[in-house]
Design a protein around this ligand. Sequence first.
Ligand code: SAH
Length: 292
Amino acid sequence: MKLSHKPVMLNEVIKYLQPKRGDIIVDCTVGAGGHSYEIAKLILPEGKLIGIDQDREVLNLAQERLRDFKNCTLVHQNFRDINFVLQDLGIAKVDGLLFDLGLSSFQLDDPQRGFSFRSSGYLDMRMDRENSVTAFDLLNNLTSEELEKIFRQYSQERYARRVASAIMRARQEQVIETTIQLANIVKKAIPRRGAIHPATRVFQALRIAVNQELENLSAVLSKAINFLKPKGKICVLSFHSGEDRIVKNEFKKFFQSKTLHLLTKKPIISSKKEISDNPRARSAKLRIGEKI
Ligand code: SAH
């Protein structure tokens, strides 16, 4: 299987980020380097590109993709620690920041990572495999109430309680170890709605919980904005309502304190053409702020 990942709203990101020769840009979710590759062409060799990712395997792909560029530094770190990354590199201010949140197709499509119910794999779901808690741990140890809360809060699952109860029943018989096992439990517990697989929301919610995605996003935005030079841009691509709400509210706070111009009153969404070429673009929302 050939794995690939198409950068979402690449043209829009470049248009608003306006990377220029000599700029310092931090790609906080470098992934396989799709956006970074285009940014690097515009800012290097005089500029600097810093790529952060919490997934070492994905970072190796970025290394390969960006190997011909000088002044390109890749760092294995959670973006919530952006302040330490920049301090270590001796960088006080930057011209642009990019966040392309969530998972890359490489992670989603690799059965061994346990993110997808489309193939069987151990229920891992850690983006950073050096972290200790996996989806397996949450599923087999949390209480019914805790699981229900995760499903309801992180993916607005209507049948959160039913799914949580079904998980409790199933785990009395045997531990829940694989993606397919979990998908089947969910499928039996709730009615099928429309075209999306009934387990989609449950998998999304678990992944958000395992990786503390919303906590990390809430923690990073204000730190990151502090590093922007005047007129520096922050671009955030989010993929579900929980994420977009945090970005919207944080941006609003900075707008009210006269720290940020909002270049997008309403978030930008992908064109129909992009959505048909790239399913990951379906739920994407892009918001951009400019430092005052
Ligand atoms: N823009 C990239 C794709 C990014 S996909 C490209 O075009 O190739 C999102 C990436 O963000 C994933 O690789 C994931 O591991 C990383 N990521 C998600 N949350 C993170 C966090 N808190 N800290 C660092 N990296 C994170």
